[in-house]
Design a protein around this ligand. Structure first.
Ligand SMILES: C[S@@+](CC[C@H](N)C(=O)[O-])C[C@H]1O[C@@H](n2cnc3c(N)ncnc32)[C@H](O)[C@@H]1O
Length: 274
């Protein structure tokens, strides 16, 4: 089989498995991300890789390939404004509308945990400045496709490089415990609000229940317009009426005005479920 045909086959495999749509000119990306894995497994071509995955669907190779092909870039309090909007606007509004109700938040592609733990710290900061208002507390469900990322999330320990990305000294001192080797562990009170689960966004969300707030940030950009629309429709079905959707700073919700109302927050835009 020609290298081009093998690349096309690999593109189709990746989109079917996890929604990620590779550009037709991304051969270099595939080889740079898969070279090591293929060499370790004695695999010489993309065609051979796909055959191996199809022959042994449970051998873990599929997961390793998907892990290698996904982008896990993340940081604490990414873009700042979503966490400020949550604290200043969304939480007070929700408490007023349903006092005494436990809030449920979904971090829908949580990578190595910075997003759900930033959400948990935001809840803690809100509770400190508004004592007694969030009576029933909040639960954060954090999901990702990648087993490696979920293992990192559950460990909840970060090196100085990861810690240096977006975390103030004040938050570091308040919410983390130092560990040997310059590492930092998220404190139990912040961890205990977050439940991690494996979930492919292409699969059903039925087992997750309903949410007040969904963070689905910096993942839909990798999907085709159709897959993105389908995911946004199904996220809407998980949101309670009046619930909020937060997308990445560079992402916009094109279409679906019947499902979401755009709310301008200066800075930032969020979407309210109709
Ligand atoms: C760039 S990170 C974004 C992390 C975080 N939301 C943020 O904004 O910082 C994208 C994450 O999406 C996950 N991902 C990619 N495809 C996915 C899918 N089909 N289902 C669930 N998660 C997926 C990747 O494993 C990765 O951890």
């Amino acid at each position: 089989m020609s290298a081009n045909l093998e690349f096309e086959q690999f593109r189709a495999f990746l989109e079917k498995t996890c929604g990620i749509l590779l550009g037709t000119n991304k051969q270099y990306l595939v080889s740079s991300r898969l070279n090591k894995l293929m060499a370790q497994n004695g695999i010489k071509s993309l065609g051979e890789l796909i055959n191996r995955i199809q022959a042994q669907p449970r051998a873990g190779l599929r997961e390793q390939v998907v892990d290698a092909m996904t982008t896990n870039e993340t940081l604490w309090f990414r873009d700042t404004y979503p966490f400020e909007v949550l604290k200043q606007r969304v939480l007070p509004e929700m408490i007023k509308a349903s006092p005494g109700q436990r809030l449920r938040i979904w971090s829908a592609a949580c990578s190595s945990g910075q997003e759900p733990f930033s959400l948990s710290m935001t809840i803690d900061e809100f509770e400190r400045s508004n004592p007694g208002q969030l009576k029933a507390g909040a639960q954060i469900v954090a999901t990702d496709l990648s087993g490696a990322m979920l293992t990192a999330c559950k460990a909840a320990e970060y090196d100085s490089l990861a810690i240096g990305r977006g975390l103030s000294q004040e938050r570091l001192q308040r919410y983390f415990d130092p560990r040997p080797g310059g590492r930092w562990a998220v404190k139990a009170a912040i961890r205990s609000r977050v439940e991690f689960r494996a979930l492919n966004l292409l699969d059903s969300y039925a087992a997750l229940g309903k949410f007040d707030i969904v963070f689905c940030r910096n993942v839909l950009i990798y999907f085709s317009a159709d897959v993105k629309k389908d995911i946004l429709r199904r996220i809407h079905a998980t949101l309670k009426p009046g619930g909020y959707l937060f997308l990445g700073a560079s992402e916009a919700l094109n279409g679906l005005p019947e499902l979401y109302q755009m709310v301008q927050c200066s800075p930032g835009i969020v979407y309210r479920a109709r």
